[in-house]
Design a protein around this ligand. Structure first.
Ligand code: EPZ
Length: 422
């Protein structure tokens, strides 16, 4: 199993290009199941979850091409959907496989998708996806660990009024994809407003869908009989960008991020500025981050977009260990997303966790240690802590980081980090 070795203490300097957003690319790939035409996507990050989604689509009969030029393009064509099924073998490695449920039932009139199990950061059920599909007229059944969704008489879903009791990102995406091929109109209320939803809606509209209100909490979709092919460029990864902003800040460096979308980072930038970090927009899609001489503590509460993203919570905790004073971090989205805290404590951080709250007293001198990555963003936070720790940190189970960060060690080494993979 790969490990990352990081020698801390070097201020990061230089320029980093931000990749396309994994969490926008995954639903966009699933959307290719909605048409028999070619769907060409650009700015796809080369990360493990994308490979898994490609395999899943190929399993369902789609042709998946990865051209050499441009290196971030992928082309999909699902002329026929032969196996409207997502098997456990693939779903167990990636929960986002559930994103095929909506498009499959919309296109084929039925779908069979393995239920994802629990995951390190929380139980993460899919009940809201299923309830919403029922509200659109699907019949839902469960057997042998699989969920089966059927449109009436195997035809098209009628559509309907969907209300999400709780905001769900992939739930909203699934229903949006199911609704674009429904017979009638679908009204989605309490929808997620993440930029990834808006990006998916933009792709679907290019494919011929009729969608209004994406990016707000009420989305109206008029179903179409057929969609056609399209070309689309995926938005930049706001979480990768946020992670590099923290990397610049925590090492007291001077980094320029290019190819990012500052407008998707408002809450993260505001929070980092509150701790004393200097962040400026230096041009279109460009941000410059310079570390403060002294970081000050600041509290954070994770929220749905446009609030502070749960996917940035672990990275913020790494920064908080270096800030003077007490930072209270409240996680409201997932029930068990502080696994990184115990690893940071092993590195010398002063953190106490009580339920959904973590209290961080800083600044602490971190020392290089052997730590274990427990999930994607926790791994990123340990890399950040290691960049500022004294001596060498060995991060085990880095396959978690490979699921969502493209060439992380190459990008970090390019701006001066002492990092290598063994
Ligand atoms: C998406 O997961 C992201 N994944 C996650 O990113 C991200 O952390 C999360 O949204 C929140 O922003 C992708 O986009 C592929 P939710 P998702 O449904 O859609 C509960 C990363 O690191 N819930 O918005 O699965 C759920 O348990 C990953 O890149 C139900 O109770 O998250 C959670 O508490 C990790 N029932 C809350 O809602 C449901 O049916 C929000 O989850 C669905 C969700």
């Amino acid at each position: 199993m790969d490990k990352l070795l990081i020698e801390g203490g070097t201020p990061l300097k230089g320029s980093v290009r931000i990749s396309g957003a994994k969490n926008a690319a995954l639903p966009a790939m699933a959307a290719a199941l909605l048409t028999s035409d070619r769907v060409e996507l650009e700015n796809i990050p080369r990360v493990r979850d994308i490979i898994t989604m490609g395999r899943l689509l190929a399993h369902m009969g789609a042709i998946v091409e990865t051209p050499a030029i441009p290196p971030t393009a992928m082309i999909f064509q699902a002329e026929e959907v032969n196996g409207a099924e997502a098997p456990y073998e693939l779903v167990k490695t990636m929960r986002a496989s559930i994103l095929t449920l909506g498009p499959l039932v919309a296109r084929s009139g039925h779908a069979r998708v393995s239920l994802p199990g629990g995951c390190a950061i929380g139980a993460r059920p899919v009940d809201l996806h299923l309830k919403a599909l029922e509200q659109m007229g699907a019949e839902i059944g469960m057997s042998h660990g699989y969920v089966e969704a059927r449109a009436p008489r195997g035809g098209r879903l009628p559509g309907g009024r969907v209300f999400f009791d709780k905001i769900t990102v992939t739930g909203t995406e699934n229903i949006l994809m199911a609704a674009v091929l429904a017979k009638g109109e679908t009204l989605i209320e309490n929808a997620a407003r993440e930029p990834e939803i808006t990006d998916l809606a933009e792709l679907l509209i290019k494919m011929g869908a009729d969608i209004e209100g994406a990016g707000t909490s009420t989305i109206r979709v008029h179903g179409k009989e057929k969609l056609h092919g399209a070309k689309h460029t995926i938005i930049p990864d706001r979480i990768e960008a946020g992670t590099f902003l923290v990397a610049g800040a925590i090492t007291k460096g001077d980094l320029e991020l290019t190819g990012c979308a500052p407008e998707h980072l408002t809450s993260v930038i505001a929070k980092l500025r509150e701790t004393g970090v200097d962040i400026r927009e230096t041009g279109p899609g460009k941000l410059r981050v310079r570390g403060a001489k002294k970081l000050v503590a600041s509290d954070v509460i994770t929220e749905e977009y446009p609030g502070f993203a749960t996917d940035m919570q672990a990275q913020f905790m790494a920064l908080a260990t270096q800030a003077e004073g007490t930072s209270v971090i409240t996680e409201t989205i997932f029930e068990n997303r502080f696994l990184h805290a115990s690893e940071m404590i092993r590195m010398g951080a002063n953190i106490s966790v009580e339920g959904r709250r973590a209290v961080v007293h800083g600044p602490a001198t971190l020392s290089g240690s052997e730590v274990i990555a427990s999930d994607l963003r926790a791994s990123a936070s340990l890399v950040l802590a290691a960049l500022v720790a004294r001596g060498e940190t060995v991060i085990d189970r880095v396959y978690h980081i490979d699921r969502g960060y493209e060439r992380i060690e190459e990008k970090l080494a390019g701006v001066g980090a002492v990092i290598r993979r063994v």
